[in-house]
Design a protein around this ligand. Structure first.
Ligand code: ABU
Length: 457
């Protein structure tokens, strides 16, 4: 185990030892057989799994909205895997039920719901957004639970262009329909859209994003809340990524107005580094809406004549049945570090993002896409051969091919991992995500030097 942790976090080790699927199939003995294998073979399988896995906890993994190893959270993960509780009833998960409640309450306090609310940890941000769509719709049309879609008119969700794709997935899954997700460039436009009433359809929900996936941008929650209150729309804030800014006195203004949301998605496994997965869906409602919306009253689990207070059986609030005690992974590290240390980590990540953006602006051959609002730093690398081209379609067409080539070279070398993507009409650009508290200015410099070296024509 010590070996895994060392290999996964030591900056002198590779972030990855890349192999193609074909190569990896050759290297790994994947076949499952009738007879069991010897201990030494099993150990070799473990070593192979570690060797060829991507070290997402490595200090130079900047590829996703999660990274880094949080030791207290990891210990919590080991404990919960060993104890194997499921969070549907208090009877099989008494400690973790109370811990989940305590963590949710503290998160609600950070959001500004002083009077509390409700919530549930679940299997990820996409799931939280799906909960939001289902709950918002149930709030407006409760009969839909029993009667199905016939109990409601054509319903419409408003969201901003930069929202996570899970809003669209939720619309498809829940029968709202992806064409009924109206994407607005600026959510201020919702006002106009609502007032003209959408071709006989009924808007029921607005999704605002606090920390968008690619750009790390924040929707103006306060303004959106005004519109939602005026038109009686459920306001959901997808703060899966940006919610961590609530920990920071310096940066919490980014989410100004979040206390007016009806629901919030916030993933501590992202910026706050809790082990995967650790994802909370929080609701301002205090009338058991979550329970009423999702309950199926399975009599083998939720007997009402149990010998203890059955309000602690949280399983009927959730869509899934078995549920891991993910809150413990956040609770234990929060206990160990305290709110102040979590705040400092967020501040430090955002300071590093600003440092990197300044360096990008200073260096020849780099171009910043936008000033970072959060911990996403988006930029192009322009190799020497393109630097004399004028800024027209030919330049952008060629530049579009640069990031994929650098990424391939980076992966094959294993020195670091940084993501790239096209975005709207923008040619492929790098997206650096800065999370780990151990990341330094030297690491930021390393990233730019390495891209420059890998990008040589
Ligand atoms: N759930 C959004 C995560 C995507 C990313 O890591 O880039």
């Amino acid at each position: 185990m010590e070996d895994v942790v060392k290999k996964a976090t030591d900056v002198t080790e590779k972030v990855c030892e890349w192999r193609s699927p074909e190569q990896l199939k050759e290297l790994l003995d994947l076949e499952l057989t009738d007879g069991g294998e010897s201990e030494s073979k099993i150990l070799q399988h473990c070593r192979d799994a570690i060797r060829y896995s991507i070290k997402t906890t490595h200090p130079r993994f900047f590829n996703q909205l999660y990274a880094g190893m949080e030791p207290y959270s990891m210990v919590a993960s080991f404990i919960t895997e060993a104890l194997k509780p499921s969070l549907y009833t208090y009877e099989v998960a008494p400690v973790f039920t109370l811990i989940e409640d305590a963590v949710l309450r503290k998160m609600m306090e950070m959001i500004g719901w002083e009077e509390g609310g409700d919530g549930i940890f679940n299997a990820g941000g996409s799931m939280s957004n799906m909960y939001a769509v289902n709950l918002a719709r149930y709030h407006h049309y409760p009969h839909i639970k029993e009667l199905g879609l016939s109990a409601a008119p054509r319903l419409v969700i408003f969201t901003s262009r930069e929202c996570h794709y899970s809003i669209s997935k939720a619309a498809a899954l829940l029968g709202v329909g992806t064409k009924n997700v109206y994407v607005e460039k600026f959510l201020g436009c919702v006002c106009a859209c609502v007032s003209v009433c959408v071709q006989g359809a009924v808007p029921f929900m607005v999704n605002a994003t606090a920390g968008t996936t690619v750009l790390g941008a924040f929707d103006p929650i306060e303004e959106i809340a005004d519109i939602c209150e005026k038109y009686n729309l459920w306001l959901h804030v997808d703060a899966c990524w940006g919610g961590a800014a609530l920990m920071s006195q310096k940066h919490k203004h980014l989410l100004k107005g979040i206390h007016r949301a009806n629901s919030v998605a916030w993933n501590p496994h992202k910026m706050l580094m809790a082990c995967l997965q650790c994802s909370a869906f929080l609701v301002r409602d205090k009338t058991h809406l979550l329970q009423r919306c999702h309950s199926a009253q399975a009599s083998y689990l939720f007997q009402q004549d149990k010998f203890y207070d059955v309000s602690y059986d949280t399983g009927d609030k959730s869509v899934q049945c078995s549920r891991k005690p993910d809150a413990f992974k956040f609770w234990l590290m929060w206990k160990a570090l305290g709110t102040r240390e979590l705040e400092q980590r967020v501040d430090r990540a955002l300071a590093m993002a600003r440092y990197l953006a300044q360096e990008v602006e200073k260096r020849e051959g780099f171009r910043l896409l936008m000033d970072p609002e959060y911990a996403n730093v988006c930029f192009w690398y322009i190799p020497p051969s393109l630097r004399n081209l004028s800024d027209g379609p030919e330049f952008w067409k060629k530049l579009h091919t640069v990031a994929p080539v650098i990424k391939e070279r980076m992966m094959k070398k294993g020195s670091m991992m940084v993501g790239y993507q096209p975005h709207g009409d923008k040619a492929n650009f790098f997206r650096m995500i800065i999370i780990s508290p151990q990341v330094s200015k030297q690491d930021m410099d390393f990233v730019l030097d390495e891209i420059h070296n890998l990008g040589k024509d």
